[in-house]
Design a protein around this ligand. Structure first.
Ligand SMILES: O=P(O)(O)OC[C@H](O)CO
Length: 410
C-alpha cells in the first residue's frame, strides 16, 4: 500500500512539474511572439489634456497626462531648485530623457543644492552601470538593491515609487518612469503639487531614505510638517514594516461610492476581495468603469488579466480597452469627490509586495478634472461587449485558464 502511494505521489509530482514547465514555456512563447510583433507596430497619437492647476485649499494640483509636458515641468523644477532635490524612480532609462535628468541633477548639485537620488536596482538591471556613474559625487545616491535577501520576506519588495520633491515647495508623484518612450509613447498620469501638501511627498521620500542608510549614507534630518486635516494625503506601502494601506484606501473609497467609480489601470489583476468590492458597488447601482490597455507592454499580464473580464462584465462592471498606446496610469476617481494618482497597479506585486506611493485627494475640483480626463480617455477606447466576449475562441479561454495559477506572482 505504501509503495503504491509513493508511486502515485511520484506521478502527481511529475504531472505538476510538467504543467508548470508547460506554463512557463507558454509565457515565454507569448512574450517572444509579442516582442517580434511590437517591432512592426506603429505608435499612435492619443488624446491628452493640457495641464492646468486646480486649487485645493492652500495647494495647487496639476494633473499631467503626457510625458513631455511632465518631464519639462520636472526638469524646470530641478533647474530652479535652491535648497534640496529628492528624486526617486523605479525605471531610469539611459536615453536622452534619462540623461536630461542626470544633467539637471548634476547642475543642481554643482550650484550647492542638496540632491538625493534613488532608483530601483532590479528595474534597471539592463541599464549599464556607467550611466549612473555620470551622477556627480556631490549627489547622495541609493541604488536600491536588485536582489533581496531570500530568507527575509520584508526585503522582497521592489522600490516601485516615482517621486520628485524640490525645496519643500513643489512635488511630483504618479505612474511615470523616466525614459524617452514614456515622454511620447505611453499615456500615463502624474500629479504636481505646490503648497503645504508637498510635505506629504517630502516625508515619504525622507522615511524611505532614512530606512535604507546602510553604512555610508547620512540621514536626512528635515522634518516636514504635515497637516492633520489636509485634503491631500499620501498612502505608502512599506514592505519593510509590513504596511500596505493603498489597497485599503481603494477598498474604503469603493465601499463609500454611490454614483461612479472610474478607474484607469495598466495591469488589472485584483485579488478576490477587490473584485468583490467592485462587484458589490456595481450591484448597488454604481457606474463602475475600468480603462485598461488593449495591449500592455506585458503580454502575460494581459492574458492573466483577461481571465477576470467575464466575472467583472457579468456583474455589470464596464471595461474599456485603450487603443493604440500603452496606458500606464494608476488612477481612480469616485463620485466627483475622491481621486487617487499613484504608483500602485491593481496587482499583488503593488498591493501586497512593493514600495508604493499613492496620493489621495478629496476634492470636487480635482475630481472634476479627473473625470474630464477620463471622458477624453474613453474617446480612445473600445468597450468590451459581454456577449461578444463570451464568444471568444476556445483557445483564448483555455490559455486564460491555463495561466491563471500564476496570478499571485504578478
Ligand atoms: O512597474 P510599472 O507599473 O512602473 O511599469 C513598468 C513597466 O511595466 C516596465 O516594463
Amino acid at each position: 500500500m505504501r509503495s503504491r502511494l509513493a508511486a502515485l505521489g511520484r506521478i502527481l509530482n511529475r504531472i505538476t512539474a510538467s504543467v508548470v514547465i508547460l506554463q512557463i514555456v507558454a509565457m515565454l512563447t507569448l512574450t517572444l511572439v509579442e516582442s517580434l510583433r511590437k517591432k512592426k507596430r506603429k505608435m499612435r497619437r492619443f488624446p491628452v489634456v493640457a495641464p492646468s492647476p486646480v486649487t485645493v485649499e492652500d495647494d495647487e494640483v496639476t494633473v499631467y497626462t503626457y510625458g513631455e509636458h511632465l518631464f519639462d515641468a520636472m526638469l524646470q523644477a530641478i533647474n530652479a531648485a535652491e535648497d534640496h532635490v529628492y528624486f526617486e524612480t523605479y525605471i531610469w532609462k539611459a536615453d536622452a530623457t534619462g540623461r536630461a535628468f542626470v544633467d539637471a541633477l548634476n547642475r543642481a548639485a554643482a550650484r550647492g543644492v542638496r540632491v538625493h537620488a534613488i532608483w530601483d536596482g532590479f528595474a534597471n538591471l539592463v541599464v549599464p552601470r556607467p550611466f549612473y556613474r555620470q551622477l556627480s559625487d556631490d549627489i547622495a545616491t541609493l541604488h536600491y538593491p536588485a536582489l533581496p535577501v531570500p530568507w527575509r520576506p520584508r526585503s522582497w519588495g521592489r522600490d516601485h515609487r516615482k517621486l520628485l520633491c524640490v525645496d519643500g515647495a513643489v512635488g511630483f508623484v504618479g505612474g511615470y518612469n523616466i525614459g524617452a518612450l514614456y515622454a511620447t509613447g505611453w499615456r500615463d498620469t502624474h500629479a504636481r503639487i505646490t503648497g503645504p501638501g508637498v510635505a506629504e511627498l517630502d516625508n515619504a521620500f525622507i522615511d524611505f531614505w532614512n530606512q535604507n542608510l546602510g553604512r555610508r549614507r547620512r540621514p536626512i534630518t528635515d522634518n516636514p510638517v504635515r497637516g492633520w486635516e489636509s485634503r491631500l494625503r499620501m498612502h505608502r506601502n512599506t514592505p519593510r514594516i509590513q504596511v500596505y494601506p493603498i489597497r485599503n484606501m481603494y477598498l474604503e473609497a469603493i465601499d463609500r461610492a454611490q454614483e461612479r467609480i472610474w478607474l484607469t489601470h495598466a495591469y488589472l489583476l485584483p485579488d478576490d476581495d477587490f473584485v468583490a468590492a467592485l462587484r458589490d458597488a456595481a450591484r448597488r447601482g454604481v457606474d463602475v468603469r475600468i480603462i485598461i490597455p488593449e495591449r500592455s507592454n506585458h503580454i502575460v499580464a494581459d492574458w492573466l488579466s483577461r481571465g477576470y473580464y467575464e466575472r467583472l462584465l457579468h456583474s455589470g462592471i464596464r471595461l474599456f480597452l485603450y487603443q493604440g498606446a500603452m496606458v500606464h496610469a494608476k488612477t481612480g476617481t469616485i463620485d466627483g469627490h475622491w481621486s487617487t494618482i499613484g504608483t500602485a497597479n491593481l496587482d499583488r506585486l503593488s498591493l501586497l509586495g512593493n514600495y508604493e506611493v499613492n496620493l489621495e485627494i478629496t476634492d470636487a475640483d480635482v475630481a472634476a478634472r479627473m473625470e474630464e480626463i477620463y471622458r477624453i480617455d474613453l474617446s480612445n477606447t473600445i468597450e468590451i461587449d459581454e456577449a461578444r466576449w463570451l464568444r471568444r475562441s476556445l483557445v483564448a479561454k483555455a490559455t486564460e485558464s491555463f495561466l491563471s495559477p500564476w496570478r499571485p506572482f504578478f
